[in-house]
Design a protein around this ligand. Structure first.
Ligand code: FAD
Ligand code: DLZ
Ligand code: SF4
Length: 505
């Protein structure tokens, strides 16, 4: 059995053909509806699965495919398998390890009742096993990404000279993270224009609820390994040289800037992390005049470091992780998260492009939509639902660790050492959003004051008992304490008004 995010034609399963082996892929209703997915995510996965079915057939494999609209589809992994076992006299079932805890548990408990021998095998995708991270940090209270990343660099000999990092430094973050200068040329994002009208209509006929929009005559995302590699080569040739420098920049005019947009293809395993890392390293080596070490190191760190690290955190802390709520946040997610209909320009742009493309880049997710939800004290369950649905690359193992962990600090500091909160000054520093906003980024109080400002101080004040001792927060509390008590009172009052009228912002 092959899941919708296991579309790797290089898996050892497929390297020889055996007519005694029957592969199966299933589009099933519960997977398409366990959260309200973005329509482009559903199309992207179903299209990828269907193309994978064709590819396996062309390779000479026997494959059974259950379409979402097939009348004999029982919309259950277990029930469909039971029928196949009966119809084909199957004796042995293998499946690749699922990436989500939910499915892992379901398969372990349900498949034990199938009348066949069952074995789970590796998906051969990740560079660490599920428990590697837990083992590495066995005796430690915190799991530091940077130490994990250095270990990975050594283990895979990436950007290394013997035992030392090339260039003498492990991390070039300091050289990166610039604002985009006015008029700076940004190449257009590499987009496909696949016609997916039939699939779109089929999904609609099956009444699968979804969010977001799609131009079904011009579907932009890759559907197989070849297409995914094309997206990556475009990144190398046109975007890589400025990736790190503008990694944290945000712009009204550019929805993906110098980002690679390979997360969907990576997460459904069309491409392998190590091939991407090695190819990036090779490209940098051959183009050192154009691509600096800071760019390649910054890019590789995201995949060799963050991506594997987040997966390790997930398996080390599930199932408890999905109900952590360190800050005890209980507020509902504002309705306009589902429409983008707000006067806050940064929020409206970040949400608007997420609904349009199923994509926002890291800093938009972390410092705009995530930041706002955290400052507004939104229940992390609701925040998770939103992130898990809206992004084309969202699968729980990488979504929840980023959302509940990095962005919402609901894990109390497992992933991040402090909450990622900011006032308008950070958003204004890294973007051109504030220039065209209804609100004034400089004001903390008054009718036109940017809501982020009063909410920011309100957040710090409210959570002081939990955050006061954090050395990384000391500076902020010092600034707060230096304000006059009238000033502080006024800001807190403004924050209360903002929170009361949150739906009208
Ligand atoms: P690039 O900026 O080009 O980076 C290259 C690759 O590095 C990405 O494709 C991705 O595979 C990896 N990467 C970068 N940052 C991270 C990270 N923090 N964690 C794991 N991998 C990373 N990423 C997902 O793949 N799925 C999610 O559901 C997801 N949810 C997120 C939710 C929040 C609140 C935040 C703050 C981040 C989330 N991320 C998620 C991480 C990151 O934002 C995306 O991986 C990235 O924006 C994808 O775009 P890209 O391929 O253009 O990435
Ligand atoms: C996300 C998704 C969707 C929308 N549909 C399917 C499906 O019909 N069949 C399937 O096998 N997988 C689907 N997926 C992916 C799974 O829900 C799940 O997120 C991953 O397999 C877990 O890693
Ligand atoms: Fe966002 Fe505030 Fe800037 Fe408006 S002023 S774009 S709400 S940070």
């Amino acid at each position: 059995m092959i899941l919708g995010d296991q579309l790797n034609p290089l898996h050892s399963w497929f390297q020889s053909t055996d007519t005694d082996v029957l592969y199966v892929l299933m589009e099933i209703r519960p997977e398409a509806t366990y959260v309200a997915h973005h329509i482009q995510k559903i199309i992207g996965i179903f299209r990828g699965m269907r193309m994978f079915f064709d590819e396996l057939n062309e390779m000479g494999h026997e494959v059974r495919y259950f379409k979402i609209s097939d009348p004999d589809n029982q919309h259950s992994f277990y029930e469909n398998l039971k029928s196949l076992i009966h119809d084909f006299g199957v004796q042995f079932l293998e499946y690749q390890e699922p990436d989500e805890y939910r499915l892992d548990e379901l398969f372990k408990s349900r498949f034990a009742h199938l009348p066949v021998q069952v074995e789970m095998v590796s998906s051969e995708h990740f560079l660490t096993s599920r428990i590697d991270l837990k083992e590495t940090f066995r005796d430690k209270k915190t799991f530091l990404m940077e130490s994990f990343y250095r270990k990975m660099r050594k283990k895979f000999g990436v950007l290394m000279e013997g035992d030392l990092p090339i260039g003498g430094k492990w991390n070039y973050d300091h050289d990166n993270r610039k604002r985009l200068p006015r008029g700076h040329v940004v190449p257009v994002p590499y987009k496909y224009s696949h016609n997916v009208v039939d699939l779109y209509n089929e999904i609609n006929r099956c009444e699968i609820d979804s969010i977001g929009s799609v131009d079904a005559t011009q579907f932009i995302w890759p559907g197989n390994r070849k297409e995914a590699l094309d997206v990556f080569e475009y990144f190398l040739n046109h975007l890589f040289a400025q990736f790190g420098r503008f990694q944290d920049a945000m712009s009204i005019s550019h929805w993906s800037l110098f980002h690679s947009r390979i997360s969907f293809a990576l997460n459904v395993k069309m491409i392998h992390p190590l091939e991407i890392i090695k190819r990036a390293e090779e490209y940098w080596f051959e183009h050192q005049q154009q691509v600096s070490l800071a760019q390649v190191e910054g890019f590789i760190r995201q995949i060799l470091g963050w991506r594997e690290y987040m997966r390790g955190i997930y398996w080390a802390h599930m199932p408890g992780y999905e109900s952590l709520n360190f800050l005890r946040h209980r507020n509902p997610l504002p309705e306009w998260y589902w429409t983008g209909d707000t006067k806050m320009n940064c929020m409206s742009k970040a949400i608007g492009q997420s609904l349009e493309y199923g994509y926002a880049h890291h800093i938009q997710r972390l410092m705009v939509t995530g930041n706002f939800a955290l400052l507004a004290g939104v229940d992390p369950d609701e925040v998770d639902q939103w992130y898990l649905g809206i992004y084309i690359d969202a699968f729980q193992w990488v979504e929840i660790t980023n959302t509940r962990g990095m962005s919402q600090f609901a894990d109390g500091g497992i992933v991040g050492t402090k909450p990622y909160v900011s006032s308008a000054s950070y958003i204004n520093k890294m973007s051109d959003y504030c220039m065209q906003c209804h609100y004034n980024h400089k004001d903390k109080t008054g009718d036109k004051a940017c809501p982020f400002n009063s909410m920011y101080w309100n957040f710090l004040n409210r959570h002081r008992p939990l955050l006061n001792k954090n050395p990384r927060m000391t500076m902020m509390y010092k600034v707060w304490d230096k304000m006059s008590s009238e000033n502080r009172e006024e800001i807190l009052q403004k924050a209360q008004n903002v929170l009361l009228k949150i739906e009208e912002l």
